[in-house]
Design a protein around this ligand. Structure first.
Ligand code: FAD
Length: 409
């Protein structure tokens, strides 16, 4: 009986294990996860779980019985420390080891921390990546406390929104000239800035954190490039992630800023595959890292099918979402390289979508409370239907009608 071992116990790992079992009733499947919890969904950590409206049981990707029923060995609190690709063995931190026939690296990513020399090591300076981080933050989110959020990306903004809803005084510090600059157009930034400001979240753009000032071993103020000093109870750091590549690197597997895979999710080493946030994959002929549930799930499942001898190309169809206050943002496509944005209001009150174009062709959309537009654009992009910029510019443009017509023809 062949054995596949999966390192990592999150979205990519569970999608892969489920697909392996679906396609092969006999294979031995083992998941090794360094976390101590049953595999869980990460997105709600800064949304419904943080808001207290999603209980822990619903956070889990699968109930404990699922692993038993599917005969998937789940090792929790188990960290893999090295891979020997020649012997096909893994070393564990506990001193034990595991053999494998096929290996899937689903090691994900780690939140970037602030350097210790500006105070990033202090106990009330936290990142937001895992359940322990979320639980710590929830325990500390009491009304009237002062929260500083470093970084105006999606995770920072979501944490800020949840904290503001609980009555904390929230300030977001963003070094770039606008929040969401790395991931969205100015129109989307403007919508979220307006929203947060309406809810009394203070947003300081073009502002650098110079120093976290410490008192009795905890952070108590931040000093900013503007000269301002702000008092705080705790800090959430949301300045991006780095792919967990060290295991692969030390085993001689090729990495760049992620574990390099081909379109079949194969690494540079025979019988070793990788999927999810840890990966650098070819997308539009460019090495690309995608940090989303869509990517982890779809790539994990395709890696699993290919582990079983198929040759299925993984061609990502990105989608993403973010919930902040009363806005649900849904993104279809990848806006990389966009050169134009068109704003269109949807049929529902308050619904708006920002269409991204590259060389006159639609490549992505940010839909704010506009699920109908999101769904149609996603459908069109998944079907490789070309939507020209000039079509969208027309005053009577109707995405639903257009996609229907184009798909029929
Ligand atoms: C707060 C938050 C909100 C998010 N919101 C959204 C959203 O709204 N929409 C969206 O699409 N995406 C969102 N994301 C991103 C999404 O959660 C990730 O893209 C997804 O979790 C990636 O899954 P993964 O399985 O590749 O890796 P990860 O989820 O990073 O999991 C990797 C796992 O491997 C473990 N591991 C690493 N090394 C070892 C080792 N040596 N031994 C054993 N175990 C190891 C890690 O501890 C971890 O448990 C969010 C992420 C966060 C943190």
């Amino acid at each position: 009986m062949t054995k596949t071992v999966i390192i990592g116990g999150s979205h990519a790992a569970i999608a892969a294990a489920a697909k392996l079992r679906q396609l092969n009733a006999d294979m031995e499947i083992v998941i090794i996860s360094e976390e101590g919890f049953l595999p869980y969904q990460r997105p709600p950590l800064s949304k419904a779980y943080m808001a207290g409206v999603m209980p822990i049981e619903r956070l889990c990707l699968k109930p404990a019985q699922w692993f038993e029923k599917q005969r998937i060995g789940l090792q929790l609190n188990a960290q893999v420390t090295s891979i020997d690709p020649d012997k096909k063995q893994l070393q564990l931190a506990s001193g034990g080891w595991q053999s494998y026939d096929k290996l899937l690296l689903a090691t994900g990513a780690t939140a970037r921390c602030l350097p210790a020399d500006i105070g990033g090591h202090l106990p009330n300076v936290r990142t937001m990546r895992n359940l322990s981080d979320a639980n710590w933050l929830i325990d500390n989110m009491q009304a009237d406390k002062n929260l500083i959020v470093i970084g105006g990306g999606y995770i920072g903004l979501e944490a800020a929104a949840e904290a503001a809803k609980k009555g904390l005084n929230v300030t977001i510090i963003e070094a770039a000239d606008r929040i969401l600059k790395r991931v969205a157009c100015a129109e989307t930034s403007d919508e979220f800035r307006r929203l947060h400001q309406q809810k009394n979240v203070r947003i300081l753009e073009n502002t650098q954190l110079l120093k976290i000032i410490e008192e009795n071993g905890i952070a108590c103020d931040v000093r900013l490039s503007s000269g301002e000093v702000i008092a705080l109870d705790f800090i959430v750091v949301g300045i991006g992630v780095t792919a967990n590549v060290e295991l692969a690197q030390n085993a001689g597997i090729k990495t760049l800023n992620g574990i390099i895979v081909d379109e079949y999710c194969r690494t540079s080493h025979a019988d070793i595959y990788a999927a999810g946030d840890c990966v650098s994959l070819p997308f539009d002929q460019q090495p690309t890292r995608l940090e989303s549930v869509q990517n982890a799930h779809d790539q994990g499942a395709i890696a699993a099918a290919n582990i079983l001898g198929n040759e299925i190309v993984y061609n990502p169809k990105p989608w993403f979402w973010s919930d902040q206050f009363e806005i649900k943002l849904q993104i279809a496509g990848l806006n990389r390289g966009y050169d134009a944005v068109i704003v269109k209001h949807g049929k529902r009150e308050g619904a708006v979508s920002h269409y991204y174009f590259a060389q006159q062709k639609l490549i992505a959309v940010d839909s704010l409370n506009d699920p109908a537009t999101y769904a149609m654009v996603r459908k069109a992009l998944e079907a490789n239907v070309v939507i020209e910029q000039e079509m969208v510019m027309l005053a009577d443009f109707d995405i639903r009608e257009k996609v229907k017509t184009l798909m029929a023809g």
